[in-house]
Ligand binder design. Structure first.
Ligand code: SAH
Length: 309
């Protein structure tokens, strides 16, 4: 900012800094999905995934290092919670990817590591930085906050005047089953989460990860459709990414399609999420876990296609 007096610039430089996040690993899938593992100043690692699709570039960002929620199928849950990320570390993921790849993402999803609504203090101003024309200028409708259903956070998001999107990880259509998959259900039971979604003044998406023999039976499809109807939600069925946690088996693509048809037949909109970056362990927490397991030496990072078992 050469228009400012030199003395003032020195003062600014001494008083403030916007630290960079350093790239600890970078992997590109054969489908174009690219995953970044960033190392933070205190040695914590977080993941960011860039998913190109036609003219869109969706960035999946982390809001916490680790996660306290321990959903039974999730690799991040298995590693436990380290700490909340600061604003510059959340927005910094967008900045770093823009600097590293030369493209500014068109869409943002808070579906990386952590529970964004348990770090609202930092996520709230991050939404502003991402959306504001003086920041990244990404449209509010293109920014999705994904949550297990943290009720005060849903209210706070709903109070923002911008049209930020809300996605809720439902994963089971009854308290009894949801409790076994998502311990948070004890604190925020399904009925209250559904009610919060109903009064949220914008369209809500349900996320539902398909676990063979666990939550993919016919009765589940009907129960899920009823819940979605109650709050006019759109249902996103997610194929289980192998390499998460627990010993879950993915539902076959044919069975997922049949499950979707049952939901649709009840008048509920449903889509099957395309699984991306399977060869680079791109689901929540998987790269960090993978890296800890293999103890990849510094300098061994690859930015070409790699196969991860
Ligand atoms: N805590 C937030 C956001 C992070 S996880 C939330 O739970 O919504 C983003 C999504 O990825 C969630 O729906 C989560 O359940 C899902 N997920 C985690 N592990 C997965 C796996 N192995 N396969 C498919 N989806 C997974």
């Amino acid at each position: 900012m050469t228009q400012l007096p030199a003395a003032f610039r020195h003062e600014l430089e001494a008083a403030f800094e916007i630290p960079r996040l350093s790239v600890s690993a970078r992997q590109k899938s054969t489908d174009g999905t690219e995953k970044f593992l960033f190392r933070l100043h205190d040695g914590e690692h977080i993941e960011t995934v860039a998913i190109p699709e036609g003219s869109r570039l969706t960035l999946c960002i982390s809001s916490q290092a680790g996660c306290a929620l321990q959903c039974s199928f999730c690799a991040t849950g298995a590693m436990g919670f380290s700490r909340n990320l600061a604003l510059y570390e959340i927005a910094g993921q967008v900045r770093e990817v823009a600097l590293l790849t030369g493209s500014i993402p068109t869409n943002i999803v808070f579906m990386g590591m952590g529970e964004p609504l348990m770090n609202w203090k930092a996520v709230d101003p991050t939404l502003t930085v991402l959306n504001d024309p003086k920041g990244f200028g990404i449209g509010a409708r293109h920014i999705t906050v994904s949550t297990v259903g943290v009720l005060p956070g849903i209210v706070a998001l709903g109070e923002r005047k911008e049209q930020f999107r809300l996605a809720i990880s439902i994963h089971a259509p009854s308290d009894a089953l949801r409790r076994t998959l998502m311990p948070i259900n004890t604190k925020y039971p399904l009925a209250q989460v559904i009610e919060a979604a109903r009064v949220f003044d914008r369209r809500v998406t349900f996320e539902y990860v398909m676990l063979h023999g666990v939550n993919d039976l016919e009765e589940h499809a009907h129960q899920l459709a009823d819940l979605a109807k109650r709050c006019k939600a759109f249902v996103n069925l997610i194929p289980l990414h192998p390499g998460g946690a627990g010993n879950f088996v993915p539902t076959t693509p044919q069975s997922i399609a049949a499950f979707a048809r049952k939901i649709r037949s009840r008048g509920v909109e449903v889509a099957i999420r395309k699984s991306r970056g399977k060869d680079i362990a791109a689901a929540c927490g998987q790269l960090r876990v993978e890296r800890q397991r293999r103890r990849m030496p510094v300098g061994a990072e690859k930015d070409s296609d790699i196969q991860v078992a």
